[in-house]
Design a binder for this molecule. Structure first.
Ligand SMILES: *Cc1c(COP(=O)(O)O)cnc(C)c1O
Length: 384
């Protein structure tokens, strides 16, 4: 059986975790936490980074920083992981679901303006599979209507938006006012199973982000000597990961270029071998627009119908391939259905019914990708 995912170890994880233990500073915000945060700030030019215990937590911090009032509206794609919506719902916001594009599962920027009302406060683009949303369009709409943009960059480490207008290459997570990354074990790098990162790009939010991160205390300012005592000054929660997790993450970040090169080689092999089957009309391949780069977070294909997908997944399973479907759209889920205004979201439905993700992880081999593609080719030879 070829698993769908397998977490990768670079070999240095336990070494750094041991080092963390030996510093006798095990709680958060120690040497490894600072090292990881600085790495992101320096490599991508992010204004301020704070490690969190999960991507979900980073999104919750974003939602808290947006300072929403009950009834404020937040536009999010319906085809996304539940945390994107949950973080804002918990702050009393009303979530307004947007449809995906026909070309890929990212939010359709062309439908955004029709969803904006006087209560709209935030847009949350999700860079699905690490492929950029149309950030020129989204940032322009946000500017025009004075909205905040929170990037759900959970899957988007080391991926870029290449603006056709300015010709600049901007790192995902560095474009919106705030952003969230995830280091869950299914992502390109992991902090030992669970972890995340809050990115603050807008200076206005830096001070409050540090406070919320530390349970509502101004400890960070105290330790920098900016105030002579610290106290409870705001809301917050326990968002800091332990040093053990930061140490694990550090071993992965140090090897990011190697991890990315390997994942991209596997992704490209899938693409080349499956392209002929797309040309025969069996399914659609992943679409990476000219304005986006590919960080090889995921390799997916989109089949023509739910029936076709069900049969295909069963065949792959019977042949030892751990392929899986992905999100059930939020607007048709048990908890969110009655929070939705009833608009049809046909592209979200299509991806919920028809998308298939194939195994993609560092320790997968090119030979295994060849084998999976051969199984898929045989399927279409015998079924169509
Ligand atoms: C993984 C993921 C999250 C949540 O991250 P966790 O670290 O698992 O909490 C949120 N949004 C998207 C799009 C994700 O893929």
């Amino acid at each position: 059986m070829i698993n769908f995912n397998q977490p990768h170890l670079t070999g240095k994880e336990t070494h750094y975790m041991y080092e963390a233990v030996n510093t006798a500073k095990l709680s958060g915000n120690g040497m490894f936490t600072k090292r990881c945060q600085q790495w992101f700030e320096q490599r991508y030019g992010f204004r301020k980074c704070l490690l969190t215990t999960s991507g979900t937590d980073a999104l919750e911090m974003c939602a808290m920083l947006c300072n929403l009032k009950p009834g404020d509206e937040v536009i999010i794609p319906s085809y996304t992981f539940v945390s994107t919506a949950l973080a804002f719902l918990r702050e009393g916001a009303k979530v307004v679901f947007a449809d995906s594009m026909q070309r890929n599962p990212n939010i359709d920027a062309e439908t955004l303006e029709s969803l904006i009302t006087p209560r709209t406060k935030v847009i949350v683009p999700v860079h699905y599979a690490g492929v950029a949303c149309d950030m020129d369009a989204i940032m322009n709409i946000a500017k025009k209507h004075n909205l905040l943009v929170v990037e759900d960059a959970a899957q988007a480490i080391d991926s870029y938006f290449q603006s056709p207008i300015t010709n600049h290459q901007l790192p995902l997570g560095g474009i919106g006012h705030l952003a969230a990354f995830s280091f869950h074990e299914t992502k390109n790098v992991t902090a030992g199973g669970e972890g995340g990162l809050l990115v603050v790009n807008d200076e206005r939010f830096v001070r409050r982000a540090e406070i919320i991160w530390e349970k509502g205390t101004n400890r960070a300012e105290f330790f920098r000597g900016e105030v002579n005592k610290y106290g409870w000054v705001d809301i917050g929660s326990s968002f800091l990961p332990a040093e053990i997790n930061a140490a694990f993450l550090w071993a992965q970040l140090e090897n990011l270029d190697d991890i990315q090169a390997k994942r991209k080689a596997l992704w490209t092999r899938y693409y080349e071998l499956l392209k002929p089957l797309e040309e025969q009309g069996h399914f659609k391949m992943p679409d990476v627009p000219n304005y986006a780069t590919n960080n090889a977070h995921m390799f997916y294909i989109v089949l023509p119908s739910l029936e076709a997908r069900t049969a295909f997944l069963k065949y792959l399973k019977d042949n030892g391939v751990g392929a899986v479907f992905h999100y059930l759209s939020l607007h048709s889920s048990v908890y969110y259905a009655d929070k939705h205004d009833g608009r049809a979201l046909p592209q979200c439905d299509r991806y919920a019914d028809c998308l298939v993700r194939l195994p993609l992880f560092y320790d997968l081999t090119l030979e295994q990708v060849d084998h999976i593609c051969e199984i898929i080719s045989t399927y279409y030879l015998s079924h169509c």
